[in-house]
Design a protein around this ligand. Structure first.
Ligand SMILES: Nc1ncnc2c1ncn2[C@@H]1O[C@H](COP(=O)(O)OP(=O)(O)OP(=O)(O)O)[C@@H](O)[C@H]1O
Length: 376
């Protein structure tokens, strides 16, 4: 754990000097505050998963007036900045300017990729691909290097969602293809390899062969996360695919209808069988907020995702509303999560931070920490 001892002396903007008792007291208070901070994303506080890389302060009339603090997090969560800043302002009773950066220190699992995350659904049409693309965009916005691999042989839609329809991947050399890069996200799709009609009749080994080929023969470069958009369903194909890639975890997308939830349960069972940890459930098209009167309607039923997540002891990462803009952005080949000014993007961004946090704690054998996701 990082200690704040000597921090004032190490601060880039301060000269070496003997600490005053006032500075020592301030150091202890800052350290205690960072240690005691708690949120869904930081269940063990901030010093446990971050490093103070810079601290400087301004004094007025011998009292601290403002601190500038830079925290380097071990996983992408820069969207937590305002919440942490407000907390520190309250605890320290002074102006705080916080900068958050991110650097994953974990080892690469395959090639130069640190984590592979499978995005799956028990049935088709629940918004799995839309969610996968927006999770990728969110992880990038939160500070990570991200790629997306479209493995949905039944309907590869990532090229459409990224505005890359009709494009063909370029060869780097005889063995490797270059991924596409859009808004800082690298992508590759099974749709580029074969015509949709022939891929649909593949059996498990063929589909998983194509997935591993795309994974291994694409020059991904350094990635913190590779999101894999899986084919919908829980059959032989999905099972074989899940076994073939060294996935860090899986996310299951469902809608609130009973039928979709029943299929999502099969998805949970499938990942348990192949020992891929389930990072959480996303309930898509969870509710509809009327644009005129702001009233919320639960068009497809209410609370199903919450009940299921509770039953299986997995986090409910997000309840994403049914919103016209989500479909419109998808059709225009744009990622809505890339638009911080739209409230809807925060649903995806929060889910991405929770996923990244879980993977970090899982990796550092701190999975015993129970991540309780609150409603607020
Ligand atoms: N929250 C949402 N609000 C409104 N429309 C949505 C939402 N999520 C997805 N959609 C729309 O629903 C349709 C299906 O979405 P998508 O293609 O992502 O589903 P999928 O589960 O990946 O489908 P498939 O099983 O065919 O691969 C798309 O038109 C998409 O724009």
């Amino acid at each position: 754990m990082f200690s704040l001892n000597k921090l004032f002396n190490h601060s880039k903007t301060q000269k070496q000097h003997k600490k005053t008792s006032q500075e020592c007291d301030f150091e202890s208070l800052l350290q205690k505050s960072l240690e005691e901070y708690r949120s869904d994303v930081f269940p063990l506080g901030l010093l446990d998963c971050g490093l103070i890389v810079d601290l400087s302060f301004e004094k007025q009339l011998h009292a601290f007036a403002c601190i500038k603090l830079t925290l380097e997090l071990n996983f992408p969560a820069v969207g937590e900045r305002i919440g942490i800043e407000n907390y520190l302002i309250e605890k320290l009773a002074l102006k705080v300017e916080l900068t958050l950066t991110c650097k994953l220190k974990e080892a690469e699992k395959i090639h130069k990729i640190k984590h592979i995350i499978l995005v799956a659904s028990g049935k088709g049409g629940v918004g799995k691909s839309t969610t996968a693309v927006n999770l990728a965009a969110s992880l990038k916005c939160e500070g990570a290097k991200v790629g997306i691999l479209d493995a949905d042989i039944y309907g590869p839609s990532i090229p459409i969602l990224l505005g890359l329809e009709g494009e063909k991947p370029q060869a780097k050399d005889e063995k490797t293809m270059l991924p596409f890069e859009k808004e800082g996200i690298k992508s590759q799709s099974i749709g580029f390899l074969v015509p949709a009609e022939s891929a649909m009749v593949w059996r498990g080994p063929m589909a998983s062969g194509a997935l591993t080929q795309l994974l291994n023969e694409t020059d991904w470069g350094e990635l913190d996360y590779l999101i894999v958009d899986m084919p919908p369903g829980t059959g032989d194909i999905q099972l074989t695919m899940s076994q073939k890639v060294p996935a860090s975890g899986a996310i299951i997308v469902t809608t609130p209808q009973d039928l979709a939830l029943a299929d999502a349960q099969k998805g949970i069972a499938m990942f348990e069988k192949v020992k891929v940890p389930i990072l959480g459930l996303i309930e898509n098209m969870s509710h509809f907020i009327c644009g005129h009167c702001d009233q919320t309607s639960h068009v497809f039923g209410q609370g199903g995702g919450k009940v299921m997540a509770h039953r299986y002891g997995i986090p409910l990462l997000a309840e994403i509303p049914l919103q016209l803009a989500i479909r419109e952005y998808g059709e225009q080949g744009k990622m809505i999560a890339d638009e911080p000014s739209l409230n809807i993007s925060e649903f995806y961004r929060k889910a991405a931070r929770l996923v990244a946090s879980q993977l970090y704690y899982q990796q550092t054998s701190k999975s015993a920490v129970e991540i309780i996701i609150t409603d607020d």
